[in-house]
Structure formats: structure tokens, C-alpha cells
Design a protein around this ligand. Structure first.
Ligand SMILES: [Zn+2]
Length: 445
């Protein structure tokens, strides 16, 4: 047994109550008018939170038995309790369905790790051959194992390994997640809090709903210039490594671009009335939205923050470099220019007719500029990556020679940047609040 087990359990038990609360909040935010009829309608939220805790308990027992995280298990029909699970929520007949939020029991991959680690063989059996046979059977059944070092990094390349995601196809699941979010946004009302609770509480309940797509969009960005690979060993017959096909990359990029579109990020105007300045004693915390409008709710900064969740991953220098490399190796593949053009089409080259949507889009656009400037200057960027980023910026500066206030401001941003590009520092957007499903508290082992 791992001698650190006691410490691991001690550290993780304290996370249990936090996770119950976070799941409770997700359910409270996504449900349709949970407190319209009565204030004690807490069973559905509690049910989901307890399902999560049941899964977490199995996860910690797994560590105690010596098992590592498997962040590819969610692509194998939730094959392991050693993944980090995001609730699997869907829309059925126009209603949000929570019935399959978390898997029950251990999964197929867990049975493999238990057999591999703890099976005992008689003296006549060659142990090496028998252990290899266990892995071969798992491999033939399509089970995958990818752990922390390939799943956590923002520039990560493994197209299947990510934390808090679901589904075999990251693009399809992102579509599902955006659909759930859209339905819940439309349904959101004062009846998502109890009678006599301040509207400030409603604003905080809205946080996990607004950022509901945050982990699935990260998972989807890893398909862009993604690789499929295994921890292959000589003679095991596994796929070693191959790029994700151009069609899958293009299809995934199309869905990702929805997450930097003004219409997705705009909180419907009629919902804004639900978020007045905070009540006395209910001030904003690290779990609240951040803004630049003082006491007033700031839907523009909130959209800026949400776009950061996508752009930070999509325009990561390592991903941009790999796009350059994949095009160099295969002329049919998606290139950095292709990806950049697609991003510009839905942002800086997009025109909205509604003034609210236009201002939301500007918030996102400034963020896009920021990340392109980062590509143009980062020490991590290839020479070629910098060239493509600089070309985009110089072309945009021509576009912004007009004299309206917005063009002047965009032009100024680029002009200022080129005065001292070496001084450019990537600054974070208003922080994403801690929150669902786990926020700051990750499982450190
Ligand atoms: Zn863990």
C-alpha cells in the first residue's frame, strides 16, 4: 500500500463538502424554477451532489490502492472513477435531464487496473505474459489510459485527455453543453432562489450556469492540432501517435468558435434586471462575477472573461507552433493561418446589428488581439508563428484607419503595441470565479 495514503485521504476529505456545495449550485442554477412552488425543494440538487460524493469516495479509494488518474476514461463511456467527472447533463424534450449526471459504480478501466495490480498467478503461469494479456484485452476493447502530464497543460496536445469533460467527441459534447446552457439561460429566473433570499444570491447562483461550458471548451481546443497517442511500448501493438484528421479539427473549431460569439456570451437583456447592485452584507466574493462598472453588474466584462477561457487554450503558443508544424508535414492539414482566419471571421470581422451584441463582441475582439500579440512576442512562439501573428496585426491596423471611436481605439492598441513589442505582457481578463465543478480545489495526487 502507498505509504502516503493517509495524507492523501486527509487532504481530500476536506474537499468533499466543497464539492457537494458546487454540485448543489450547478443543479440549482440549471433547474427550471426549482423554488417556484416551495422553498424546500432541495432533493434534486442533493441527489446530484451525493452522486458526485459517491464517485469521489471511489476515486480516493482508488488512490489508496495505488491507481493514477485516467483522464481519457471519459471518452470510454466513463470507464474509470480515476477521471475527474463533469456532470453529464442533457436536454430531453426541451427539459434539462439530470438523471445520468454521474456514473454509478466502478468502470471497465478500474477493473483492468485492479486485475493488473492485484491478480495472483500460480507458479506455472508466466507473470509477464499474463500481465501483458490483461493490458492487451483492455486495448482490444478500446480502453485508453492517459494521465496528468498529458491532460493538465493549457498547451496540451492529447485530443482525448482532459479534466472535467465528457463524451467520445469533444465537439459533439461541447454542442451538448452549449445547448444545456442555452436552455438553462432562457429558463433562469427569480425562482432559482428561495423566498426572501437577496437577489445577490441569485447572481452567484448564475455563475456556474454562465461558465457551464468552461471545461468542455478546454477539452475541445485540444483537438485543434491534436494528437492521438498512447504510452506505447515496443511490441504491444498500440497506436504510437498520429495527428487528428483535418475534418475532425475543422468540425471542432467550428463549435469552439461559438464560444467567442457575442450571441453565446450575451446575457439576455431581460435577465440583467435580476442582478441589481449587491445587497448590504452580500458583497462579491471570489466565487462572484468580476467587472469594471463598480456596484453595477457588468455583462461586458463577464463576456470578456468567458472568451478568455477559449482563447487562452486555442491561441496557446505551443498549439500555434504545432499548427505550423502539422501544415509543414501535411499540406492538407489545418494551418495556423486557417485557424486565425476562422477566429477573425467570427470576431474582428464580424458585424452585429444590435448595439448590446456589438459591445459584447468588442470585448471579445480586444481579447483576441491580446492573444495574437502574445503569439507575436512569446519566447515560446516559433519564428513562423510570430510572422503570421504580426501579419494579422498589421493587416488589422490598416482596417482600423477609420475615424470612428471604436476604430481609433483598436488602432491605438496596435500602435501602442508596436512602440515596444518587447514590453508586451499577457494580462489576464477579469478572473473567472472559482466554481463548478471544483474550481481551485484539485486533486493533487
Ligand atoms: Zn485524484
Amino acid at each position: 500500500m502507498d505509504p502516503r495514503s493517509g495524507e492523501i485521504i486527509k487532504g481530500h476529505v476536506s474537499l468533499g463538502s466543497l464539492r457537494i456545495r458546487q454540485d448543489f449550485m450547478i443543479a440549482q442554477a440549471l433547474m427550471h424554477q426549482p423554488f417556484a412552488e416551495r422553498d424546500d425543494n432541495y432533493e434534486p440538487m442533493l441527489k446530484m451532489a451525493l452522486a458526485r460524493i459517491r464517485q469521489l469516495s471511489a476515486h480516493e479509494v482508488g488512490h489508496t490502492l495505488g491507481f493514477a488518474h485516467n483522464f481519457a476514461a471519459s471518452t470510454n463511456n466513463r470507464a474509470s472513477v480515476m477521471d475527474y467527472p463533469h456532470p453529464q447533463i442533457t436536454v430531453k424534450n426541451g427539459n434539462i435531464d439530470f438523471s445520468n449526471a454521474y456514473a454509478i459504480g466502478i468502470g471497465d478501466w478500474d477493473k483492468v487496473t485492479i486485475a493488473y495490480s492485484y491478480a495472483e498467478f500460480d507458479k506455472k503461469t508466466d507473470e509477464k505474459t499474463a500481465l501483458s494479456a490483461i493490458l492487451k484485452k483492455a486495448q482490444d476493447g478500446g480502453l485508453r489510459f492517459i494521465s496528468d502530464s498529458d491532460a493538465r497543460a493549457a498547451g496540451g496536445a492529447h485530443a482525448l485527455a482532459h479534466l472535467w469533460d465528457n463524451g467520445k467527441s469533444a465537439a459533439e459534447e461541447l454542442n451538448n453543453v452549449l445547448n444545456v446552457r442555452e436552455v438553462a439561460l432562457q429558463n433562469f429566473s427569480k425562482d432559482n432562489i428561495r423566498s426572501y433570499e437577496p437577489y445577490s444570491v441569485l447572481e452567484d447562483v448564475f455563475v456556474p450556469l454562465y461558465f457551464y461550458h468552461r471545461y468542455q471548451v478546454e477539452a475541445a481546443t485540444k483537438v485543434i492540432e491534436g494528437l492521438d497517442y498512447n504510452y506505447a511500448v515496443k511490441g504491444d501493438g498500440q497506436l504510437i501517435a498520429k495527428p487528428i484528421s483535418v475534418n475532425v479539427q475543422k468540425k471542432t473549431l467550428k463549435v469552439i468558435l461559438k464560444t467567442i460569439n457575442a450571441e453565446t456570451l450575451a446575457i439576455p437583456k431581460d435577465k440583467l434586471a435580476l442582478f441589481p447592485p449587491r445587497a448590504f452584507g452580500y458583497y462579491r466574493t471570489r466565487e462572484s462575477f468580476k467587472g469594471k462598472t463598480g456596484v453595477a453588474f457588468d455583462p461586458l466584462s463577464v463576456a470578456n472573461t468567458a472568451s478568455d477561457m477559449t482563447l487562452r487554450f486555442l491561441l496557446h503558443p505551443q498549439r500555434a507552433n504545432r499548427l505550423v508544424l502539422q501544415k509543414s508535414l501535411d499540406a492538407n492539414q489545418l494551418s495556423l493561418e486557417d485557424a486565425m482566419n476562422s477566429i477573425l471571421q467570427v470576431t474582428l470581422e464580424n458585424t452585429e446589428t444590435d448595439s448590446y451584441l456589438t459591445d459584447i463582441q468588442h470585448q471579445v475582439n480586444v481579447n483576441v488581439l491580446k492573444y495574437i500579440m502574445h503569439l507575436a512576442t512569446s519566447n515560446e512562439s516559433y519564428f513562423q508563428t510570430k510572422g503570421i501573428a504580426n501579419k494579422v496585426l498589421l493587416e488589422l491596423s490598416q482596417k482600423f484607419l477609420k475615424k470612428d471611436a471604436i476604430s481609433i481605439q483598436y488602432g491605438m492598441i496596435i500602435k501602442e503595441f508596436y512602440k515596444h513589442p518587447e514590453k508586451f505582457k499577457l494580462e489576464a481578463s477579469p478572473n473567472i470565479p472559482d466554481g463548478s465543478p471544483i474550481g481551485m480545489a484539485s486533486c493533487g495526487y
